[in-house]
Design a protein around this ligand. Structure first.
Ligand SMILES: C[S@@+](CC[C@H](N)C(=O)[O-])C[C@H]1O[C@@H](n2cnc3c(N)ncnc32)[C@H](O)[C@@H]1O
Length: 218
């Protein structure tokens, strides 16, 4: 059965129809990485597994140019990085993860793709990878840590170009396990406003409950 392209969302990101179902996909010449389906030249991008896919399906898109340089904090085993690597196909993604277990699987991905530079490092210590990472156009952060704003600001100070942008995924429970999520999100947003302009924020429901994305400019 053929894949029908319903809509192009941004470079190498499409909404397609296959076997009467709609899928968010990235155009990819690589094999599946995390159990997603591959049809024709496309890899399914599962919103329950990737907050970036959830954001896009909820109607907000960032137009990543294919040649940008990106710093990705919290790569885990590379689910979302694999799709960003399809998008940023002529640029680079410096991807930081501090846990050895997911990093092992992430390395398999990085070995087959030339645009991923894997770093087994602690994102709260950017000085430890400052000799490797260059100035970037974009920082993506998904680390689910209490002090994630501080970590983001520190990395932006080191690596983000003036006028560069970032996307932060915020899980209310990682910051405060008892407070109302809306109060936690307001606090996170006002902290971020001290250093960045907020371009957009929004929920990731129903795919990731009690999470928001925050798109910022430096
Ligand atoms: C929610 S998972 C990331 C999922 C991934 N971004 C994706 O969409 O495929 C959070 C990851 O951040 C990592 N992490 C948390 N704190 C970190 C830190 N200070 N430095 C590096 N990695 C960190 C965790 O080990 C975990 O793998």
């Amino acid at each position: 059965m053929d894949v029908e392209i319903l809509k192009q969302i941004t470079h190498n990101v499409f909404l397609v129809k296959y076997e009467n179902r709609e899928f968010l996909v990235t155009k990819s010449r690589f094999k599946p990485h995390y159990g997603e389906r591959k049809f024709s030249d496309f890899r399914e991008w599962i919103p329950y597994r990737s907050k970036l896919a959830a954001m896009i399906l909820n109607g907000y898109t960032i137009d990543f140019r294919p040649e940008i340089k990106m710093l990705y904090l919290g790569a885990a085993s590379g689910t979302t990085v694999s799709h960003l690597s399809d998008i940023v196909e002529r640029g680079y993604i410096y991807a930081v993860e501090y846990s050895a277990r997911p990093f092992k699987k992430f390395l398999e991905l990085a070995l087959e793709r030339r645009n991923i530079i894997p770093l087994l490092k602690d994102a709260s210590k950017p000085e430890e990878y400052a000799g490797i990472v260059e100035k970037v156009d974009f920082i993506y952060q998904d680390i689910a840590q209490k002090n994630q704003n501080e970590i983001f600001a520190k990395n932006a100070e080191f690596f983000l170009k003036n006028g560069g942008e970032g996307l932060i995924m915020v899980k209310a429970r990682s910051i405060d396990s008892v407070a109302e999520p809306s109060g936690v999100f307001n606090r996170v947003l006002s902290e971020l406003e001290e250093n960045f302009s907020i371009l957009k924020h929004g929920k990731l429901d129903p795919f990731h409950r009690d999470h928001i994305f925050v798109h910022v400019k430096f």
